[in-house]
Design a protein around this ligand. Structure first.
Ligand code: BGC
Length: 775
């Protein structure tokens, strides 16, 4: 755990240059707008530890699979969102010496990510080897208003000399992914153009053929006045620049304003990219830096208005939750139904920017409560569109008759993860995808979704489960063999409780959804039955038999469900007894040792109890929690939030808070020693869940919202906003009272501590705080 970023309610602040942590700070200071994003890299040359990262949403490459021993059924490729042209670059030369914070003395350094207004700012004084000193300030945004662009204001002031500086704003398209399987470059150059103060480069991805045109246009000011300069255009392979030599005087500021855009063939016709880029840059340059920054702040203000969470009395926690909300909003806006949410968003390359079960299990609840209903709907429809590929994927593994296995990792519906224990066995993802449909319908009341899109997905998934289980003569029950549960520290296990439970739930839910569709829209049901070749009597007959006869491993003696068959044969030791030097075990232990140990990477049985809490009594949840949590190492970022919610439900406020904090500050404090790979974007939605579902006790049942909030000990109060049933509610909890405001959307009613309360529009209800647990 690191503690070098300053605590502040709205900003992430690095004071003093922490060279050794630079890649972590770059991840944390990433900017994004749903269409493009980049890490908090420096504009000028930096030869130290860095991962230069620029990403354009939807632009990926199917990197050929790398495995030691090929197995039938392996996906041919591992898709990755490509590290794209670097548009922020500005080379700075001071009398022939390159400004590089790795080689000069750096003083008064600050790097600040301002989450309120959505910009990144950096200031420092550099003393070069020659003894020349300059003061630099750079500020940039990745515009959420003009979402294919960014703008930088780069200011440089000589402190102790008069002389010449050379500024070379550039676009470098000769970029490689750090995680390329064969060290290959994925971009080809199509065209480039330079002018005095402009430059354009069009690149195309190999194989997938996406075109991205990155353009720059810049202006220079000295002492506040525009400078009439002659830029010297430079072209090299996949590289364009314009070099400007300027006379500078001590203590006089030179400012370069660089506008840049990334236009992709996903959004524009290929033939138009160059012309459109020119027009785009002309338009934003006419707007100007100040206006773009002001518009950015305004748009962020409207976002915060809808989904800010305020915590009084704990600055670190306040910063943590805002950081999570900020990054979620930077990653996915829901405006483009073709896009999804990579576990690292635009902050790094790990996980290839692909779609995981994280979207359904963690992100959908966040967007359901904080964004327009359409956003979650788009995420669901994304999977519906990929149903054909999920059916093909299942066929490749030998399933038939419309059984669908959604991929664990995907860009376009095809599976592209290449570890067998994940691709073939971590099939629980199918459950989360079905559950998200339930979650959406339950939260929004949009039951029509079931007939429109939901049914086909649910049926495909249910068919898969029905074929994936088999009848065990020995047990006289159905079993499911050879799976990997959410706990990836175990592979190829039999009867993973979580997976078995989810399978049965899916079978029940498709039956329930079908009944609803039949009773409300028979014509559509008949249509769907034809499309899916559905034989209700036989198929549901089989589903029902499985529902009634599924095997769930359990220990009667301990009163717990077993994570899988044979779990109790393990040596059951606790995480607290592991020497600190041996953690995280995924970095310190051999894989063999991990697999044989009892240590759990992330919630598994408990993940099931989180999803289906109403199926279990509190005592059962507690026994399972007390049994499994001590063996859980939480080495997946997706783990602490689920435990936080369960601990809250069990009334263990201190633990709930501890898990929450770990989730909320996971990247800011680099808990898992891996933030340099990128931030844990999808787990940030989990942080939000632990606050809203954990401390706020929010649940939705039968189209009603329930709240049972308590305040963690260290906080004076907290408040969160949720959209529910067309209303916008603000729920503030102090140690004495709960104040609920119905901000918009008409009169409504909610349940608070189990009692129904009517809330007229624009009214406020104040009730005594009861320190209760979620009901
Ligand atoms: C977790 C998976 C998760 C993936 C991406 C892995 O470490 O075990 O559950 O889907 O990260 O976040």
């Amino acid at each position: 755990m690191k503690n070098y970023l300053k605590h502040d309610e709205w900003c992430i602040i690095e004071e003093g240059f922490h060279r050794e942590y630079n890649e972590i700070t770059e991840s944390v200071c990433s900017l994004g707008n749903g269409r493009m994003g980049q890490r908090g890299n420096f504009e000028e040359t930096f030869t130290g530890k860095t991962l230069q990262g620029n990403y354009v949403a939807g632009v990926y490459y199917p990197d050929k699979t790398r495995v030691g021993w090929w197995k039938n059924g392996y996906p041919e490729y591992f898709a990755k969102v490509l590290n794209a042209a670097n548009w922020i670059g500005i080379k700075v030369e001071i009398e022939d010496e390159i400004l590089d914070l790795n080689t000069c003395e750096v003083n008064d350094f600050t790097r600040v990510l301002n989450m309120k207004d959505g910009y990144l700012e950096r200031s420092f004084t550099a003393t070069l080897k020659s003894g020349k000193q300059v003061r630099v300030n750079s500020k940039r945004i990745n515009s959420i208003v003009d979402d294919e662009s960014g703008v930088i204001r780069y200011s440089i002031t000589p402190i102790n000399f008069d002389g010449k500086i050379v500024l070379t704003p550039f676009i470098d398209g000769d970029i490689k992914n750090k995680d390329a399987n064969y060290d290959e470059k994925f971009w080809e150059e199509i065209q480039k153009e330079t002018a005095f103060a402009e430059g354009y480069i069009e690149l195309k991805t190999k194989k997938t053929g996406f075109h991205v045109l990155t353009g720059q246009r810049f202006e220079i000011f000295q002492n506040g006045k525009s400078v009439d300069f002659q830029g010297f255009p430079i072209k090299a392979e996949k590289f364009v620049a314009s070099q400007v030599t300027l006379n500078v005087t001590a203590n006089e500021e030179t400012v370069l304003v660089k506008y840049a855009c990334n236009l992709s063939s996903e959004n524009h016709h290929v033939d138009d990219l160059l012309l459109k880029s020119k027009a785009y840059l002309k338009r934003i340059a006419a707007k100007g830096f100040d206006k773009m920054v002001a518009e950015q702040a305004e748009k962020w203000a409207s976002k915060w208005e809808m989904n800010d969470i305020m915590i009084e009395g704990d600055v670190a926690a306040q910063q943590g939750i805002r950081f999570n909300i900020f990054q979620m909003n930077q990653t996915y806006t829901g405006e483009d139904a073709r896009l999804n949410i990579g576990p690292k968003g635009f902050t790094g390359e790990k996980y290839g920017g692909s779609t995981y079960w994280d979207t359904e299990a963690y992100c959908i609840p966040f967007y359901l409560a904080t964004a327009d209903q359409q956003v979650s709907r788009n995420l669901l429809v994304y999977r519906w569109k990929q149903l054909g590929k999920a059916i093909e994927n299942a066929q490749k593994l030998g399933f038939k008759d419309g059984a669908a296995l959604y991929p664990m990792v995907t860009m376009n519906g095809e599976e592209c993860h290449n570890e067998w224990e994940i691709t073939f066995e971590e099939i629980h993802r199918n459950g989360a995808i079905a559950y998200a449909i339930y979650d959406y319908v339950n939260y929004t009341g949009d039951k029509k979704y079931l007939a429109e899109y939901g049914f086909e997905v649910l049926l495909g998934i249910a068919r898969f489960w029905a074929q994936r289980v088999n009848w065990s003569e020995a047990k006289k029950q159905y079993v499911m063999l050879g799976v990997t549960g959410p706990n990836e520290y175990e592979n190829n296990v039999n009867n993973n409780f979580y997976t078995n439970y989810f399978a049965v739930w899916c079978l029940k839910y498709v039956i329930e959804a079908t009944e609803y569709i039949k009773s409300t829209d028979e014509a559509r049901f008949n249509e769907l039955a034809t499309i899916t070749n559905f034989d209700e009597t036989n198929e549901f007959g089989k589903f029902q038999h499985i529902i009634e006869n599924m095997y769930f491993p359990a220990s009667e003696e301990l009163g717990v469900y077993l994570q899988q068959d044979g779990f109790l044969d393990k040596e059951l030791i606790q995480v607290k007894d592991l020497p600190a030097a041996e953690r995280p075990i995924n970095q310190k232990w051999s894989w063999d040792r991990i697999l044989r140990s009892c240590f759990i990477k992330q919630a598994d049985v408990l993940q099931g109890m989180y999803f289906f809490e109403d199926d279990f009594d509190l005592a059962t949840i507690k026994r399972n929690y007390d049994f499994y949590e001590p063996m859980t190492v939480h080495e997946s970022s997706l783990s602490p939030c689920v435990h936080s919610i369960l601990a809250a439900k069990l009334g263990d406020k201190a633990r709930s808070y501890e898990f929450y904090n770990r989730a909320a500050r996971l990247d800011l404090d680099d808990y898992n020693n891996d933030t340099e790979d990128g931030c844990h974007i999808t787990s940030m939605a989990g942080t939000w869940m632990s606050l809203v579902k954990g401390f706020g006790g929010m649940r939705v049942r039968d189209e009603k919202a329930y709240f049972s909030p308590f305040v963690p000990e260290n906080w004076a109060s907290f408040s969160f906003k949720v959209r529910f049933g067309g209303n916008l509610l603000n729920i503030k909890t102090t140690s004495d009272e709960v104040i609920i405001e119905n901000l918009a959307g008409g009169d409504t009613s909610i349940f608070l501590y189990g009692e129904e309360q009517v809330l007229a529009e624009k009214s406020t209800l104040t009730v005594e705080q009861k320190d209760a647990v979620a009901v």
